[in-house]
Design a protein around this ligand. Structure first.
Ligand code: PLP
Length: 480
């Protein structure tokens, strides 16, 4: 592609992007395609001769787009948001154009230094102490894995990264039953093993019970295990629960166990000073993860990992063959030694664009709106006949359950069917969780383009769909 053509096509693509974002709410959130539909349309082999951009772009619109779930849709209320924003998209375009690798200062000096500075800005915005050094990871999963590796190295005196796990006691990890699956995955990859992750029971707020944690650690020590890591949730994935950090911190200190906080989603709420109390106990915390690619208007991939002792991770991951020898500055972190992959995208640019474009004030307003609308939705749910608000709003997430006149034992099936019908309808997208064993529907508000009217529309879809269900006729087959 000649640069003159590139310019022409790029303008057309940007026009398309703007139209797409402006008219997103006219689309169904989830596509109505069947498995294999796109595959059947795609040629089995790569084209031998070059194809014109026009044809490729047309195929994108006619074949690919109908199979896309629109994560930036203002009525996307599923999972957690993976939001983006115009300034972030513009930065991503520049990042793609530069296509720089940010593994060493030398391979991208400005990328490196911008990463240092935006992470300091974010640290200050959320009220984390200066003792923490940040790095940008591709995902919260990778950040949790890095924390787990740092914890494993601490527990074993830094021997596992060189000598492997053969001569160390059985390592154990502690997290609430509500913790994200990436915690168990991290333990698996770090060689600790999924079976050695102790799922600590939760209380009626779905928060980890500190006494049960202390007991589990004592029992493991008694059995000859080496407790290596405690993971506390600040906004767990299913129901948004928050573990009691001060009490967990005291146990971590007393037991000398590494403490990691997974605030991948709810960490964004800490930009609002009134939520800073969730950092009480931070003095005992060794690492902290927050994903700006969830609820801080920054495109995936952008997960921030803050480490109190970055050398613990760096010592485990530092490998320097000749081609990576360079003279790092003493005062700058070696980001390549704080990540799983060597090559690193220039992720700091989009965060910098977002933080500057919205300013702290603009970001606080958006996050506060989401929280306020969640509270208002909760009031509406309480007033709606045949619905139960199962969890009070946790930041911008709540869970509810349809409770029509039906036997208790049929309610899971009814709610599962309700969820399927809502999502098949396409006007909104919701996902599910379990609360005390019951299937509940989650309503997660956090999209960049969501307004209160979209939340109102969303709840109207839920009620309309529920009213159209013939609850006596729902069979046991699980359609979802
Ligand atoms: N931690 C929590 C609490 C999450 O909700 C998620 C994902 O939803 C993760 C970690 C994993 O983050 P990522 O999807 O960026 O790997």
């Amino acid at each position: 592609m000649e640069f003159s053509e590139f310019r022409r096509h790029a303008h057309r693509v940007v026009d398309w992007m703007t139209d797409y974002l402006e008219t997103l709410d006219e689309r169904a959130v989830r596509p109505s395609v069947q498995p294999g539909e796109l595959l059947a349309k795609l040629p089995a082999s790569c084209p031998e001769v070059p194809e014109p951009f026009e044809t490729i772009f047309e195929d994108f619109q006619s074949d690919v787009l109908p199979g896309i779930t629109h994560w930036q849709h203002p009525r996307f209320f599923a999972y957690f948001p993976a939001n983006s924003s115009p300034p972030s998209i513009l930065a991503e375009m520049l990042t793609a154009t530069l296509a720089a690798q940010c593994m060493l200062w030398e391979t991208s000096p400005a990328g490196h230094e911008l990463e240092v500075r935006v992470l300091e800005w974010l640290r200050e915005l959320i009220g984390l102490p200066k003792a923490f050094t940040g790095s940008i990871q591709d995902s919260g999963s990778a950040a949790n894995l890095c924390a787990m590796i740092a914890a494993r190295e601490r527990a074993t005196g830094g021997t596992v990264s060189t000598g492997g796990l053969c001569r160390v006691p059985r390592l154990t990890v502690y997290a609430s039953a509500e913790a994200h699956s990436s915690v168990t995955k991290a333990a698996t990859i770090a060689g600790i093993g999924a079976k050695n992750v102790r799922k600590i029971p939760v209380d009626r707020n779905f928060a980890l019970q500190p006494e049960a944690l202390a007991q589990a650690i004592r029992a493991d020590r008694g059995a000859g295990c080496q407790p290596a890591c405690i993971v506390a949730c600040l906004g767990a994935t299913g129901l948004g629960s928050v573990d009691p950090l001060p009490a967990i911190g005291r146990i971590a200190r007393d037991e000398k166990v590494y403490l990691h906080v997974d605030a991948a989603w709810a960490g964004s709420a800490l930009i609002l000073p009134k939520y800073r109390h969730y950092l009480d106990g931070i003095d005992a915390v060794d690492s902290f993860v927050l994903n700006p690619h969830k609820w801080l208007f920054t495109n995936f991939d952008c997960a921030t990992l803050y480490l109190r002792y970055p050398d613990e991770l760096a010592n485990a991951l530092a490998i320097t063959p000749t081609y990576l020898e360079s003279a790092p500055s003493e005062s700058l972190p070696e980001f390549r030694n704080m990540s799983i992959a060597l090559a690193r995208r220039f992720r700091a640019l989009k965060l910098w664009f977002v933080l500057r474009s919205y300013g702290a004030r603009g970001l606080r307003k958006k996050v506060q709106d989401h929280i306020d609308w969640t509270a208002a939705l909760a009031r509406r749910i309480r007033e709606t006949e045949n619905f139960e608000l199962v969890t009070e709003p946790r930041f911008a997430l709540l869970a509810f359950r349809f409770r029509p006149d039906a036997p208790e034992g049929a309610l899971d099936r009814i709610n599962e069917e309700l969820l399927c019908r809502i999502n098949d309808d396409g006007r909104i997208y919701l996902t599910k969780a379990r609360a005390n064993g019951d299937l509940v529907l989650r309503f997660s508000i956090g999209q960049t383009y969501t307004a209160w009217k979209h939340v109102v529309q969303g709840w109207a879809v839920v009620v309309e769909t529920a009213n159209s269900l013939d609850v006596a006729d729902i069979d046991a087959s699980n359609r979802c």
